[in-house]
Ligand binder design. Structure first.
Ligand code: SF4
Ligand code: SF4
Length: 292
């Protein structure tokens, strides 16, 4: 079996306080942390039993997980399993990175998001240098708020040329960007126009539910993070019966972690083995940048 699993356990807290984020204010109790640890360990133990599969794991927490030792240890532990092709995680990159030295780095993928206002550019870039020094594959991204455009441009110029900088479009407000801003953002991220839309997905073929699934802390499987209907439970012996191709029931798909699996967009041709951590395999994705 060749399967990518997007894992999202009970953890729902963050050390940052981004205004637009619901997890910024939540503090977990010791009992909640313990429950998250139990769920995570169950997932790891299940993965360890799947010795004849080829699995790619992507931690997509509601909040920040990589500041927690249990998630650092999980990255290390999974990276050494031969059945794990990739273990990737979404992170604000604020935590310590020394754990990487204990991991099989060729299997790691980091989806790092820079949040201006929560950390300084120089501090974030220092973390990127630590990843480069350890030869870890990573992408960097920013939410494309208008007040962050100058910071995005500065970040592009400061990042090494080989690092893909993605920009997530701010889509809550229709027609948010001017034409000049759209053109500018495309010079930063050539794939920005693809992100700045909701893709018609109803009835369309998508890998989600077949070769890619979302799993929560109880093992409940869903096609993706955007379709609440369960399709099985990972911890039951017949879980594979839930994996099959079926058309998307949603009208649109607007997040990269969803639409990247839509067949017709052919984004696996762009991202290749970097599809989970959002690192394109084909060039050019290093834009020169342009001043507004
Ligand atoms: S870093 Fe991410 S999870 Fe944390 S508050 Fe900001 S947006 Fe939310
Ligand atoms: S197109 Fe998006 S919403 Fe539909 S199944 Fe795929 S990932 Fe899920």
């Amino acid at each position: 079996m060749n399967l990518s699993i997007l894992y999202r356990g009970p953890l729902a807290s963050c050390n940052y306080g981004c205004e637009y984020c619901p997890f910024a204010k939540h503090q977990e109790s010791a009992a909640e942390h313990a429950a998250d640890g139990v769920a995570l360990n169950r997932f790891l133990e299940w993965l360890e039993t799947r010795t004849t599969d080829r699995l790619s794991i992507f931690f997509t927490p509601w909040g920040e997980a990589l500041i927690r030792k249990r998630y650092q240890a999980a990255m290390v532990r999974l990276s050494h399993l031969p059945q794990i092709a990739k273990v990737a995680i979404q992170t604000n990159l604020s935590g310590p990175l020394g754990w990487i030295d204990r991991a099989e780095r060729s299997r790691l993928g980091i989806w790092a998001t820079y949040h201006p206002g929560e950390t300084s550019r120089s501090r974030f870039l220092g973390k990127c240098r630590e990843l480069d020094r350890r030869s870890v594959r990573y992408s960097v991204g920013v939410v494309g708020l208008k007040e962050h455009l100058a910071e995005i441009e500065a970040l592009r110029h400061a990042l090494p040329a080989h690092v893909y900088l993605w920009v997530n479009a701010y889509k809550r407000q229709p027609d948010y960007y001017s034409q000049a801003e759209l053109e500018f953002l495309e010079t930063i991220d050539p794939l920005f126009p693809l992100n700045n839309q909701y893709h018609n997905s109803f009835g369309r073929a998508c890998r989600a539910g077949h070769s890619v699934i979302s799993v929560d802390g109880t093992g409940t499987m869903r096609r993706c993070h955007f379709i609440p209907e369960p399709i099985g439970n990972l911890y039951q012996s017949d879980f594979a019966a839930g994996l099959r191709e079926r058309p998307c029931p949603n009208a649109t798909c607007g997040c990269h972690i969803g639409y990247v699996h839509l067949d017709e967009l052919k984004l696996y041709d762009v991202f290749g083995t970097g599809v989970l951590e959002r690192v394109p395999e084909i060039q050019p994705f290093r834009a020169e940048g342009k001043t507004l």
